[in-house]
Design a protein around this ligand. Sequence first.
Ligand code: M6R
Length: 605
Amino acid sequence: MCGIVGYTGKESALSPVLEGLRRLEYRGYDSAGIALVVKKGDPLWLEKRAGKLGNLESILDSVPESHSGIGHTRWATHGGPTDVNAHPHVDNEGKLALIHNGIIENYVELKAMLTARGHIFKSETDTESVVHLLSDARKAHNGDLAAAMREVCGELRGSFTLLAVHSDEPGRIVGARRNSPLVVGVGDGENFLASDVSAFIAHTKRALELGQDEVVDITADSIVITDLAGTVLPHREYEISWDASAAERGGYAHFMLKEIYEQPKSIADTLIGRTAGLDASITAGIDLQGIEKVVIIGCGTAYNAGLVGKYAIEKWANISVDVELASEYRYREPSVDNKTLLIPISQSGETMDTLMAMRYAREKGARVFSVCNTNGSTIPRESDAVLYTHAGPEIAVASTKAFTAQLVAMYLLALHLGKVRGFISADLENEIERELTDLPGKVEQVLETVEPLRALTRQFKDATSVLFLGRHVGFPTALEGALKLKELAYMHAEGFAGGELKHGPIALIDQGTPVVAIMPTENSLLAEKMASNIQEVKARGAIIIAIADAPLASADHLIRIPKTHEFLQPVLAVVPLQVISYEMAIARGNDVDQPRNLAKSVTVE
Ligand code: M6R
């Protein structure tokens, strides 16, 4: 939540800052602002506007020359999305500017103290307390912004990424992070700070990780990282494995559409070198034989991927698995010990709910094997082992290719556990590995047949409610279909287990209610049961849109997908669901890539 970018170097700062904001806008889009250092000692140049970045861009004429600046795109927490509440916030002299991602929990007491000291507040944000605090601390440290930042971080409670500039020190940007992301981009005669690497990928592929409670002090040709005590820390550098084109729309109308069509590749990339099994070294240090329980945690789409993982791990590795919403897990203080294997799933690797739940379990002794799409992010950094998905950057707020890559990762992980624990048979293992190898081609086949979904979706554009039914791994698929439709079409949508229908949800069915049924594989026991569930809702007026790998006479509309192993079916079945949600968002005139009220990376609890 909130995108943050800082640039110092040879170029005119406006251009890389704006470019960074464009690439980070998916992280929050209810207001945006920029502060530039123009002339030593003068007030900073500052512009900020409520609404999308375009509102800010439309007023950016005659911007003065500058070689250092910071920019912010906001997802509001404290204070509504107004011009005044937009970041950057400045001190009362207009010479110090600060941007923030996160929540300052003790801002009320800080504000009272700072107001008593004579500071004048203009906004309703928690962030403004920090700029005034930093202003005082900087004076106390004889104008040393980095020393001031270290002191201020020690006084803050909550989560934050902070970037600050002061006009007395053109070319210098100081940042800090706690429980919120910040990376350094290492350039040639220029350096960058940003919430994620996409902000500067067009300029450099060299990035530095920043740890918890670290302060970074950059100029065009220096980068100093310290802890809060001021001890200088070594650089942890890594190379970004994708290039700028991966973070661009590349001719597609929306990032979401591009990402849906990238799935054959992202699945293949996630499988590369792994179809014959994961390398044993991946879990070195975790005694998988001694594990007595697996707990999978995640939020939203990642949680749904975890539910599919449960079916596979229990069946192939014979271990009991709980799947928990990360936001609920930590606060009910579940019993965890060193026989628990915790599997956090996260595309961003920065989701605060998942991170906090993971830290809780780790403190209790759990071993952590995370599944993540973002190199260098906090969740993998704090894990004992990591299985990276290779979906590439996912920019659209609605997750698509990250989900199917997470499913593939869960299958790989389940196979690995099954093998290490000597449970899975060689025949089944070979069959799954063969089917995994075939998945990219089968997803391609599904994508070749989705065109009719456009017209079909429009037929239901005014429905008040859409229900999704599934059984076994089709149930989490139904949940994911409903989640996609909610977040993109702003329609009421619910996913149900087919067997639960008669226990309440069937009362929702009315004449013409669209029901999307994810049919289990042909001839499986559950296919018959699901067919009965379909008859039950059809008899009450529902219109059935079935996703199936075989003909289905009772379907009003049939979307055929190729056959695969029954556990792998969600990878194929979810693709038409993604397309339906995409088309529905368009049919209803919604913003596909930036749905209302949402942000891509949820870095506050
Ligand atoms: O980055 P994460 O995978 O941890 O994000 C978790 C959820 O916020 C995310 O999957 C969300 O539900 C998606 N926007 C849904 O499309």
